[in-house]
Design a protein around this ligand. Structure first.
Ligand code: HEC
Ligand code: HEC
Length: 287
């Protein structure tokens, strides 16, 4: 009786112990995964190709662990020391130096390298990134993107409409907010579909990050937004060409054309005013 009770207690202790052993690294792992998702996926995939920064799959086979930890803690300092590997990385990233990530310290860096190692062994890492199609976007996708941009179609996770802070061309007469940059050429600045998709999934800039961390843009919304931005960068369809035409007319005709137009407009207005006067004086103006 007593013996089995003791056995049971012993067993719970062992179970608890095992539980702790298993869950502690798992918890740490989860914490690193969250940290990676919030701070790294805008520039890196693990097994999904390079974005602004290199694909991190198998990075421990390319660089010493010690080097990686030092680099994560202070990228600029390691780049400045200018060893051949750092030079090569910098060149491949066209001179973009990885920013120092806030909250980074040696322990966290170690945990992140562990995470990258573990994810590199997966056939398909959870950090493979947004896989965006190469095919041409359809007109419907561009239009959906425009509606999302203008806020006519609300974002699934209740993020604010892009228009409240950004403008772009071809918004059909609306002009947007000025807090953020004009996005007409953002597609080129953000280096195309893949980088833009990753960036929109976790914007890592001072204003966008806090706003969209709580209300992430859904992966299904990213495609039409990119379709819209790509279309903008390519010239943006009808509205824009109409804009170009007016510009051309004004340029060509100059003041003379304007005078003729105004003259015509005034004359017809004058006529209609006179007509009204005539009508009302004959008592038929109310019709
Ligand atoms: C703004 C973009 C950006 C962010 C955010 C970023 N990195 Fe980087 N990362 C880079 C670039 C660019 C390089 C290439 C080296 C250089 O030019 O500084 C790099 C290099 C690396 C390397 C070395 C890669 C190699 O092939 O040896 C590792 C590891 C790394 N980053 C991990 C991370 C981790 C982990 C995070 C998140 C905590 C992160 N990076 C966040 C841009 C970024
Ligand atoms: C609360 C205001 C705000 C909203 C809403 C907002 N943005 Fe931004 N966005 C900014 C600001 C400000 C920047 C400049 C970087 C920063 O400070 O975050 C920016 C930067 C960007 C950039 C990088 C542009 C570049 O060329 O550097 C893109 C792309 C972008 N936003 C897309 C969007 C999209 C798409 C939406 C709608 C889903 C959106 N933003 C909604 C404020 C906003």
């Amino acid at each position: 009786m007593r013996c089995s009770w003791q056995l049971r207690r012993w067993r719970t202790r062992v179970l608890k112990g095992i539980c702790l052993l298993v869950s502690a690294p798992a918890l740490l792992g989860q914490e690193s995964a969250d940290f990676f998702r919030q701070n790294c996926i805008s520039c890196h995939t693990i097994g999904g190709g390079r974005l602004t920064g290199p694909d991190l799959k198998g990075v421990s086979q390319r660089a010493e662990r010690d080097w990686l930890v030092r680099f994560l803690v202070n990228p600029q300092a390691v780049i400045d020391r200018g060893d051949a590997y750092a030079q090569k990385l910098l060149q491949e990233s066209r001179g973009v130096v990885m920013p120092q990530i806030s909250g980074m310290n040696p322990a966290r860096a170690e945990a992140l390298v562990d995470l990258i190692d573990a994810e590199s062994k997966q056939e398909k890492s959870q950090f493979i990134g947004v896989q965006i199609t190469d095919r041409p976007f359809t007109a419907a996708e561009v239009e959906t993107g425009r509606q999302i941009f203008r806020g006519e179609r609300s974002l699934k996770n209740n993020g604010p409409a892009c228009l409240s802070c950004h403008t772009a061309q071809n918004l059909g007469g609306l002009s947007g907010g000025q807090l953020g940059p004009d996005l007409t050429r953002a597609f080129e600045r953000m280096e195309g579909r893949k980088t833009l998709a990753a960036w929109l999934g976790a914007p890592a800039t001072p204003t966008m990050a806090p706003v969209f961390k709580k209300h992430p843009i859904d992966s299904e919304e990213i495609l039409p937004i990119i379709a819209f931005l790509e279309n903008q960068a390519a010239g943006g369809g009808e509205d824009l060409s109409a804009g170009k035409l007016t510009f051309l007319l004004v340029g060509l005709g100059g003041a003379g054309l304007m005078l003729v137009v105004f003259d015509l407009a005034w004359r017809s207005r004058f006529r209609s005013v006179r007509k009204q006067l005539v009508l009302s004086s004959t008592g038929r103006g109310e019709e």
